[in-house]
Design a protein around this ligand. Structure first.
Ligand code: ADP
Ligand code: MG
Length: 361
C-alpha cells in the first residue's frame, strides 16, 4: 500500500542533530507509529504528506510514486492524495463545520460538495453541528470535523499525528472506537502516530516502533508491548508496565482507588469509576523501588511481595522481572543490582507510590 524508505538529516552549525533513516511498509488497516518524543514520527508523516523533503530515498503510495531522489521525482503536496490530521493543521475559524469539510472536496457543483460534506459529517456522527463554527464545538466534535475534512478529498491514505492528545479521557476512548470503525468503512490504510501505549494497543492492527530515527520493531501491538523483541524495542516502548485490571474498592476520602490485577492489588490515585470497571495502569519500570527486606513503615501506598524471575543487564541499567502474582519490570542501576545481590529466585519486596500508577485512557 505505502512504502517509505527515506533518509533525512537535520543539522545545526554543520553538526547533524537528528538523522532519520527508515524503511516502512504500511499494510491495510491501522498502523500505529510509536516511539518516544523526538524519534522522528512527525518527520515521517510530513515526508509522506510532502511537507518535508527527504534528503534521499523513495516514497510510494498506492502504486503512485510521490518521491524518488534517484529519479528526481517530488510530487507537490497538493497533488498527493493524502489525508492528514495534524496538530497544527487546524479548522478555519470563520467557516462552519460543513464549510470546513466542503472546502476539501474536489467534486464539481456546490450542491454535490454540500451533500458529500453532510454525508461525511453524518458518518462521523456530527451532522447536527454542521452549521456551527469551530469555537462552538467541543474538542471531540472539532476533532470529528477535522477527520471528516481529511476524508473529504477521498485520500488513498490517512495520516494522523497524535490527534487525540488534546482530548479528555472519555472523549478519547469514544473517538478511538469510532476511528476503528471509520477505518473499516473507508477501506484506506490509516497511519496513526501516538506515544500512548494504551491507544496503540486499542487501535493498531500493526505497530511500528521507532527509536532515534530508526525502525526497531514491527508487530502486533499487544505482543510488542508485552514482550519487546530486543533492547532497542524495549526502550522504544519506555520499558513500561502495562497492567490491565478491575476496580476493586473505592476510598474517595483518602483519595485512592484499589485495583485488582491478575494476581495482586494496587492502590492508585482516586478514579471516579464503578466497582469492577476495567482499568489499565501504566507504571514505569524506573519508578518501582526494590528491597530485599520487608519494609515496615513507608509512605508508599503499595508494598508487593514477589520473586525474581529474570534479570537483563544493559550497560549501566538492569531490568528485573519479578513475579508478584502479576509480572512487573523494575529498572535499577547496575550498582544497586550488585549491592542487592539480586538473582532469579530471590524473594523481593516492591515499593510503589500510588502516584506512580497512571491510568491509561
Ligand atoms: P517526534 O514526532 O517523534 O517527536 P520529530 O519528527 O518531530 O519527532 O523530530 C525528530 C527530531 O528532529 C527532533 O530532535 C526534532 O527536534 C528534530 N527536527 C524536527 N524538525 C526539524 C527541523 N525542521 N529542523 C531541525 N530539526 C528538526
Ligand atoms: Mg511529533
Amino acid at each position: 500500500m505505502l512504502s517509505v524508505h527515506i533518509q533525512k538529516a537535520f543539522k545545526s552549525d554543520n553538526r547533524i542533530t537528528f538523522a532519520l533513516d527508515c524503511k516502512l511498509d504500511i499494510p491495510q488497516g491501522i498502523t500505529v507509529l510509536f516511539g518516544p518524543s523526538g524519534s522522528g514520527k512527525t518527520t515521517i508523516l510530513r515526508s509522506i504528506a510532502g511537507i518535508v523533503e527527504p534528503d534521499s530515498g523513495r516514497i510510494e503510495v498506492a502504486g503512485r510514486l510521490y518521491f524518488d531522489s534517484g529519479k528526481k521525482v517530488n510530487v507537490p503536496i497538493q497533488s498527493r492524495n493524502v489525508g492528514f490530521v495534524f496538530q497544527e493543521y487546524l479548522l478555519f475559524p470563520h467557516l462552519s463545520a460543513l464549510q470546513n469539510v466542503a472546502y476539501g472536496i474536489r467534486s464539481s457543483t456546490p450542491k454535490a460538495r454540500r451533500e458529500r460534506a453532510l454525508d461525511l459529517l453524518n458518518l462521523l456522527g456530527i451532522d447536527h453541528a454542521a452549521d456551527r463554527r469551530p469555537q462552538q464545538l467541543s474538542g471531540g466534535e472539532q476533532q470529528r470535523v477535522t477527520l471528516a475534512r481529511a476524508l473529504a478529498s477521498d485520500p488513498v491514505i490517512l495520516l494522523l499525528d497524535e490527534p487525540m492528545s488534546a482530548l479528555d479521557g472519555e472523549t478519547r476512548v469514544h473517538l478511538l472506537g469510532e476511528l476503528v470503525e471509520l477505518q473499516r468503512k473507508s477501506q484506506i490504510p490509516f497511519l496513526y502516530v501516538t506515544h500512548s501505549p494504551a491507544d496503540a494497543v486499542r487501535l493498531g492492527d500493526t505497530i511500528i516502533l521507532l527509536r532515534a530515527g530508526r525502525v526497531v520493531e514491527v508487530g502486533i501491538p499487544a505482543a510488542v508491548f508485552n514482550a519487546p523483541r530486543n533492547v532497542e524495542a524495549s526502550r522504544a516502548v519506555g520499558n513500561e508496565n502495562i497492567l490491565p485490571g478491575k476496580v476493586k474498592d473505592q476510598n474517595e476520602q483518602e483519595g485512592v482507588t484499589v485495583v485488582d490485577l491478575a494476581g495482586c492489588q494496587l492502590v492508585i490515585p482516586y478514579q471516579p469509576l464503578p466497582i469492577a470497571a476495567p482499568v489499565t495502569i501504566g507504571l514505569r519500570s524506573d519508578e518501582i523501588i526494590i528491597s530485599r527486606d520487608p519494609v515496615a513503615r513507608t509512605s508508599a501506598r503499595n508494598l508487593l511481595e514477589g520473586a525474581i524471575q529474570n534479570v537483563v543487564q544493559e550497560g549501566q541499567e538492569v531490568t528485573i522481572v519479578a513475579d508478584c502474582g502479576t509480572t512487573l519490570k523494575i529498572r535499577i542501576t547496575a550498582q544497586a543490582f550488585q549491592a542487592l545481590n539480586l538473582q532469579p529466585g530471590v524473594k523481593v519486596y516492591l515499593l510503589i507510590k500510588a502516584s506512580s500508577c497512571a491510568v491509561l485512557p
